[in-house]
Write a protein that binds this ligand. Structure first.
Ligand code: NDP
Length: 279
């Protein structure tokens, strides 16, 4: 039988670890897949997606900066993708329909749980209001934080995101406080999640003015060494820190299960193989 054709759309995409992760899942489950990196531009993205599925593609991941565009072009959205307005997983159903889903929030929550980074009852800051922030915010709200600050340089994007979640009656949406700069927050923060691309550009991003003693910080970005944001947190005295490799593996496991069926792939082997870092 032919291998199942999968892949990831992004820009940049050359350094994506997704092909390695999915190949390890396939190996573990004794299945045959072909998982490609697919570089696109915003103008070319819709054509590239159509071509991929026409030419036998079964499923694809979508990463920066196409998640919101992918939500526009999927024929059907799952509820969580609708709430997020962003898609990280496309799958072909039957002969033509392309379904868009979002496994980012589930991936982050599974990784936070496995690291013992708790959200319930704590004050949480989410930095960013782009595609990945939209994906993870509903999942974070479902964990019942005491308070959520949604921070974005372009304040309007954060306001729009809050309004959308309130209109959709998303759990906890009324508790979101929208701000444009984290250093204007004047209470000790328990948890901070960076869903901006600041680390991609190696630049400082404003942090909350103070952190609680046992605060934790998480950067959705991952890299071989500590990310720029995690270095900022270290300087600010935040002791529990992790980059987004664990989330990447967990969201990939959820996507893999959607495409291939069966059980959710076991992530522990892949985690140990790729050395997720907890600083
Ligand atoms: P988007 O392009 O959709 O959004 C980018 C966000 O970053 C916006 O909120 C933008 O603010 C903000 N931003 C960009 N530059 C700056 C800056 N200089 N200062 C302050 N804010 C800035 O990107 P995504 O949401 O798709 O991805 C964000 C990051 O998350 C990426 O680094 C990506 O690699 C990582 N990621 C990791 C995943 C994982 O599985 N580990 C999954 C998904 C993403 P503004 O609106 O003002 O422009």
């Amino acid at each position: 039988t032919n291998p199942v054709r999968l892949g990831v759309f992004g820009n940049p995409v050359a350094h994506s670890v997704s092909p390695t992760i999915h190949s390890l899942f396939a190996e573990l489950r004794d299945e045959r897949i072909l998982y490609d990196r697919m570089l696109a531009t915003p103008a070319y993205f819709p054509k590239a997606v159509a071509q991929f599925f026409r030419n036998g593609g079964s499923g694809a991941n979508v990463t920066l900066p196409f998640k919101e565009q992918a939500a526009q072009l999927a024929n059907i959205l799952t509820e969580r993708a609708q709430v997020a307005g962003a898609v990280n997983t496309l799958m072909k159903v039957g002969s033509g329909f392309v379904v868009g889903d979002n496994t980012d929030g589930e991936g982050l929550v599974k990784d936070l749980n496995s690291k013992g980074f708790s959200v319930s009852g704590r004050s949480l800051v989410l930095l960013g209001a782009g595609g990945s922030a939209r994906g993870v915010l509903p999942a974070l709200l479902s964990l019942n934080p005491a308070k959520v600050y949604l921070v974005n340089r372009t304040l309007e994007k954060a306001q729009v995101l809050k309004r959308l979640l309130v209109d959709l009656s998303a759990h906890g949406a009324e508790n979101i406080q929208v701000v444009s700069n984290a250093d204007s927050i004047n209470e000790p923060i328990d948890a901070v999640v960076n869903a901006t691309s600041s680390s991609l550009h190696n630049i400082d991003i404003p942090l909350p003015g103070s952190f609680a003693d046992n605060a934790w910080g998480y950067d959705l970005m991952y890299s071989e060494t500590s990310t720029h944001f995690l270095k900022q947190l270290e300087k600010a005295g935040v002791k529990k820190r992790a980059d987004g490799l664990g989330m990447l593996i967990e969201q990939a496991a959820s996507s893999y299960q959607l495409w291939m069926g069966g059980e959710r792939p076991d992530t522990t082997f892949v985690m140990s193989k790729l050395r997720p870092r907890t600083y």
